[in-house]
Design a protein around this ligand. Structure first.
Ligand SMILES: *[C@@H]1O[C@H](CO)[C@@H](O)[C@H](O)[C@H]1NC(C)=O
Length: 405
């Protein structure tokens, strides 16, 4: 058994590396990695300064939770691809097609295409909001209206309409092959998936392995949730091996969709992250774990990884979040998901910037200046860190190839 496991493990690694190797020409930056730019703080930098920070990090995919006109204006003529959000409380109004047309004309029309809006999220976590029943009924009609308005304005080929869900839409996520939606959402979910399928839009999931760990730290392996080296788990039905919880959660969503008859919809991670600080009962919310989690995701993203079920399809991930947001309600962790402090200094070093190449394990509090002269230097350092990871990657590949033959 043990030798079987290690052999398939090795073959998986080989497959994984041959897949990433064939893609390696694409590794110019972290193509798929995006970031959530939440604004629930009273001390955040201006959108222009945020754009400088994003450029210095070479992050080009950003999601916001509204259609803040200052941000839409500031991000014009940049290389940022922006996903905007219709707030949950707007869904009821926007079911009406005239209202939807009005909304798109005022909130999207004036900014596109100068600002590269690539998606509109209709609400966030609608199925698990406090107000679920009404929101649930309104979701798909609002999506249809907004999509219709985009089509009327000739924008539907550029802007995809979707709506991120929390993992709480699943009744079962373990093992991944048992993934299924809760019975109370499955009716609306079928209509929702029908919409995504017919408009070629992705299914976005907000997935936080941190929550699973916090709730059950004695049972759940920290290394498994943090993407550290660990023996992982094998799905008994598919025999697929999982070395981290996030990929297992994503594949559980794929299985849940398949159970409702939908096989062709891409799953993307709209939010994932780890708090660097929490209350006494929020086990695992530390700077060290937050840095490890995000750094490991960055590493996997640089390798263009897919999940075990869809190894050829790079998993698109948006980290939560760009900044610590001091005005978020709830436990301490809620205000401490940021990679950056509001003043632009790192909450911890993920390795997106400079200092990772000279000292990858540093948790330095060095500041990335928001001034543009410093931005250039940061870009150069970032390129060096890419070269460093490429080197580690190729070295690892060689070692595995040698072991295999
Ligand atoms: C906007 O983003 C899309 C999606 O990645 C890309 O194909 C397109 O070229 C971008 N448009 C501009 C003007 O940069």
């Amino acid at each position: 058994m043990a030798s079987f496991c290690s052999r398939t493990g090795l073959i998986n690694v080989f497959l994984l590396f041959s897949i990433t190797f064939s893609d390696y020409g694409l590794i110019q930056g972290v193509n798929s990695l995006g970031i959530n730019y939440g604004q629930i703080g009273n001390n955040l930098p201006s959108p222009d300064e945020v754009l400088d920070l994003l450029s210095s990090l070479k992050l080009t995919k950003v999601r916001i939770y509204d259609t803040n006109p200052q941000i839409l204006t500031a991000f014009a003529s940049s290389n940022v691809e922006l996903i905007v959000t219709v707030e949950n409380q707007m869904l009821a109004t926007l079911m009406d097609s005239q209202q939807a047309l009005q909304w798109v004309s005022t909130h999207i029309g004036p900014y596109f295409p100068a600002t590269n809006i690539t998606g509109i999220d209709i609400g966030n976590e609608v199925f698990t909001d406090d107000d679920t029943t009404i929101l649930m009924q309104n979701l798909v009609p609002a999506m249809v209206s907004i999509h219709g308005a985009l089509a009327q304005l000739g924008l539907d080929n550029y802007i995809r309409v979707s709506s991120p869900h929390s993992l709480a839409v699943l009744s079962n996520s373990f093992p991944p092959s048992a993934g299924s939606f809760k019975s109370e959402v499955s009716g609306v979910m079928t209509q929702f998936l029908q919409f995504l399928s017919s408009t070629n839009a992705p299914f976005w999931i907000n997935a936080y392995p941190y929550f699973a760990y916090k709730d059950d730290p004695n049972t759940i392996s920290l290394d498994y949730v943090l993407f550290n080296r660990n023996s992982g788990m094998v799905d008994p039905n598919t025999k697929l091996h999982y070395d981290n919880m996030l990929y297992a959660q994503v594949d559980a969503v794929l299985f849940a969709m398949a159970r409702l008859g939908f096989n062709g919809i891409e799953v993307r991670v709209a939010e994932t992250g780890w708090p660097s600080k929490g209350d006494a009962n929020e086990v695992g919310a530390t700077v060290q774990n937050a840095a490890t989690y995000n750094r490991n995701i960055l590493r996997r993203q640089l390798a263009n990884e897919g999940t075990p079920l869809r190894p050829n399809m790079r998993l698109e991930i948006y980290l939560f979040a760009l900044f610590n947001e001091d005005m978020k309600p709830g436990p301490t962790s809620e205000r401490n998901y940021g990679l950056f402090q509001p003043d632009g200094s790192m909450a911890y070093n993920v390795g997106l910037s400079a200092l990772s190449s000279s000292n990858p394990s540093s948790t330095s509090s060095a500041t990335i200046s928001l001034a543009s002269s410093a931005t250039k230097a940061a870009n150069k350092e970032y390129d060096q860190s890419l070269v460093y990871w490429m080197f580690v990657f190729l070295l690892t590949l060689q070692v595995f190839m040698r072991r295999l033959y």
